[in-house]
Design a binder for this molecule. Structure first.
Ligand SMILES: C[S@@+](CC[C@H](N)C(=O)[O-])C[C@H]1O[C@@H](n2cnc3c(N)ncnc32)[C@H](O)[C@@H]1O
Length: 270
């Protein structure tokens, strides 16, 4: 006699001190030696930050020490399609700041004749170049090093200046200087867009309007095993629930993060 069939759920082994270690305890203070002097000036301005207590710093280390891991997460956290649809089309030049591994960049290709992707983290630039080349767009997008507060572009260079999940009011990640730079680079009548913004009041006080698109959204991991693995690293409080649910899709509310369904924007005076 056999009993009722029970679905077998394969859980990947948990490795609290190995490669699966969660982001908040993944890196040690000495890891900041990976930063270039320009990066250190922005990300560890006092020189004594600890990535175990400063999660923003832990993200910056992730981009440099585990860039492929970061890329797997960004690939799963897809943008709401209406966000990209909303962006202007037929733009001559698009400048994207903090382009990372190209979650947005790859979707900008049909919207602009020239695209400049500014990204400070060298390992992320390498992944982005690799993806562009694989997609046959290596010559359409110029991938360059740069920071919000010193963009390597002239005044009025672009009809769309955009950042996705990168800009914050903190000086090291944008701030007043970074917003002023994005607006300097945007031509009159062009659009500055901050996708998946935080600190909406801060942006509203600087003349930015807000738009958000409805509908259910989930993080789309490649498999259940990947959902468990990456949840344990990036949203550890949700890991038990992800295991209990047993699928590769994790609703953003289960992950405990805002879905990437919104943007703040300003049309520059013509
Ligand atoms: C969460 S990732 C988002 C990457 C990409 N835009 C996406 O949506 O997948 C944040 C990005 O901002 C970049 N970044 C951090 N500080 C920056 C700065 N001061 N200037 C420009 N980019 C910055 C990081 O290197 C990283 O690529």
């Amino acid at each position: 006699m056999t009993g009722p069939e029970v679905p077998i759920r394969l859980s990947p082994p948990r490795a609290p001190n190995g490669p699966g270690r969660e982001l908040r305890s993944r890196y040690a203070p000495g890891d900041v030696s990976v930063f270039t002097p320009e990066e250190a000036r922005r990300f560890v301005p006092r020189g004594d930050s600890d990535p175990r207590t400063d999660v923003v710093l832990a993200w910056e280390l992730l981009y440099r020490l585990d860039p492929e891991l970061y890329d797997r997460l960004a690939t799963a956290e897809r943008l709401h399609p209406a966000v990209v649809d909303w962006l202007p089309r037929d733009v001559d030049t698009i400048a994207e700041v903090g382009a990372g591994t190209g979650r947005l960049t790859m979707q900008l290709i049909d919207r602009g004749r020239h695209i400049v992707a500014v990204e400070p983290a060298r390992p992320l630039r390498q992944i982005l170049r690799r993806k562009l080349a694989a997609a046959g767009h290596g010559d359409r997008v110029r991938v360059v090093e740069g920071f919000f507060d010193r963009l390597p572009l002239p005044d009025d260079a672009a009809g769309l200046v955009v950042a996705c999940s990168a800009f914050t009011p903190a000086p090291g990640h944008g701030g007043e200087g970074g917003l002023a730079e994005m607006e300097r680079v945007c031509r009159p009548g062009g659009t500055v867009a901050i996708i998946w913004p935080n600190h909406l009041d801060w942006l509203a006080a600087r003349g930015y309007q807000y738009v958000s698109f409805p509908g259910p959204m989930a993080v789309e991991f490649g498999s259940y095993a990947e959902a468990v693995e990456l949840t344990e690293i990036f949203y550890p409080k949700a890991a038990d629930e992800v295991r209990r649910r047993g699928g590769r899709r994790v609703p953003f509310e289960v992950a405990g993060i805002n879905p990437p369904r919104d943007l703040a924007f300003k049309i520059m005076a013509a």
